[in-house]
Design a protein around this ligand. Structure first.
Ligand SMILES: [Zn+2]
Length: 397
């Protein structure tokens, strides 16, 4: 090349010869490391540590959002073993994962973290993540008073609130999740709509909302909504691509006796059909009810699984049911315990993945997406499977 004459024609010929001699490796080939994020694309990483939920979203311009950073202390066999290994805490693995994958943006930082609700499998890894990389805004359902529906005195909630107070004292940003807003999370090129939290649900137009829960002081103690029912839910849109995530929100209405407790169905109905949906509450018995499945109709389901109870038989059956919506679909679990696999093998045999990080890789412009599962047994991010591309925004079947 040193003797090449750099005419335009010569450059073009030279580039063609180079491409023919050394073809670029195929993106995300099985056995190869996941290729880094590229500008214009949108990546959604469901990080599998075996101890809770954490999702890293890298937007088309490199802006980022993490939803939850869980680190349950429940040991095996009820939960899975920590991945890649128990040598580090789950939160450290999450932070390292984020650092690794945000490197491609040129500035490894989290522009925002959304805490869906205050349970250890969604918050206890946050402190390790915050120690490893800067966080722009921290958004949760309870700031600033953390008093709805009641003040939490559990140690993990107290630890979280102490973290928030310290962050505010040091000049850090903390915000309360604003239901109905589409401007709380800046992911330029894409839109994140805040669908629900604290029993309040977006109405589907403007930023109007309605409240499903009766005034707390009118409720018998046993009917007061629990932490899961107060979870924050969002819909992400990028071009034609749609994605639904709702923390541990539930659709359980206690056999019809407490219809207002079913926030998840209202959130799913206002979200409408999406390409990818995360099964709320890890696919457990009280979530992803039939009307949630009918409303979302995803081509791709993701179950954030890390406990023997994830998912429940009836919930997985609904997700796979062609009676609730027609057409093919795949269900990817970030983890599946041997006990769960045995419980309903006829259903778990149909899972597209039983373990590993599940990465949704949306093409520039949001026209299509792939699902890539990577190995969580080390930090090599090697591709285990790749499916798609699926066109985004399919017409209703
Ligand atoms: Zn959970």
């Amino acid at each position: 090349m040193a003797t090449a004459r750099f005419t335009r024609r010569g450059l073009l010929l030279g580039a063609g010869a180079l491409a023919a001699a050394a073809p670029l490796p195929e993106d995300d080939a099985v056995g190869q490391p996941l290729r880094p994020w590229r500008r214009g694309g949108l990546d959604i990483h469901h990080i599998a540590t075996g101890r809770g939920d954490s999702t890293l979203i890298i937007g088309p311009d490199g802006s980022s959002l993490m939803i939850d950073a869980g680190a349950s202390s429940t040991p095996p066999p009820a939960s899975l073993e920590i991945r890649p290994s128990p040598d580090r805490r789950a939160g450290e693995w999450i932070g390292r994962y984020a650092l690794r994958h945000l490197a491609a943006t040129g500035e490894p930082k989290l522009d925002a973290v959304l805490v869906s609700h205050l349970h250890p499998d969604h918050i206890d890894g946050l402190y390790d993540v915050a120690a490893l990389l800067p966080i722009g805004a921290l958004v949760d359902r309870g700031y600033p008073d953390y008093a709805y529906p009641a003040v939490w005195d559990a140690p993990f909630a107290k630890a979280y609130i102490a973290f928030v107070r310290e962050r505010v004292r040091a000049g850090g940003r903390v915000e309360r999740f604003r239901v109905g807003a589409a401007d709380q999370f800046a992911l330029p090129g894409a839109e994140i709509r805040n669908l629900a939290a604290n029993g309040e649900v977006w109405r589907g137009r403007g930023t109007e909302t309605r409240r499903l829960f009766p005034p707390i002081d009118t409720l018998p103690k046993d009917d007061i909504p629990d932490e899961n029912a107060c979870s924050a839910a969002i819909r992400l849109r990028y071009g034609d691509f749609g994605y639904f995530a709702a923390g541990d929100l539930t659709s359980n209405n206690f056999d019809g006796t407490l219809p207002w407790r079913d926030v998840e169905t209202r959130a799913a109905q206002v979200a409408g059909r999406v390409d990818v949906a995360v099964a709320a509450h890890h696919g457990m018995f009280d979530a992803t009810g039939a009307d949630v499945v009918r409303a979302l109709k995803p081509r791709t389901w993701i179950i954030p699984g890390w406990h023997a109870a994830h998912p429940s038989t009836d919930t997985l059956d609904r997700m796979l049911s062609p009676r609730l919506y027609p057409g093919p679909r795949d269900v990817f679990a970030t983890g599946l315990s041997p006990a769960n696999e045995l419980t309903h093998k006829w259903l778990t045999d149909r899972l597209a993945a039983r373990g590993g990080h599940v990465v949704i890789r949306v093409a520039p412009g949001g026209t299509s997406y792939r699902v890539i599962v990577t190995d969580n047994r080390d930090e090599g991010d090697r591709v285990i499977s790749r499916s798609g591309p699926w066109p985004a925004g399919r017409a209703d079947g």
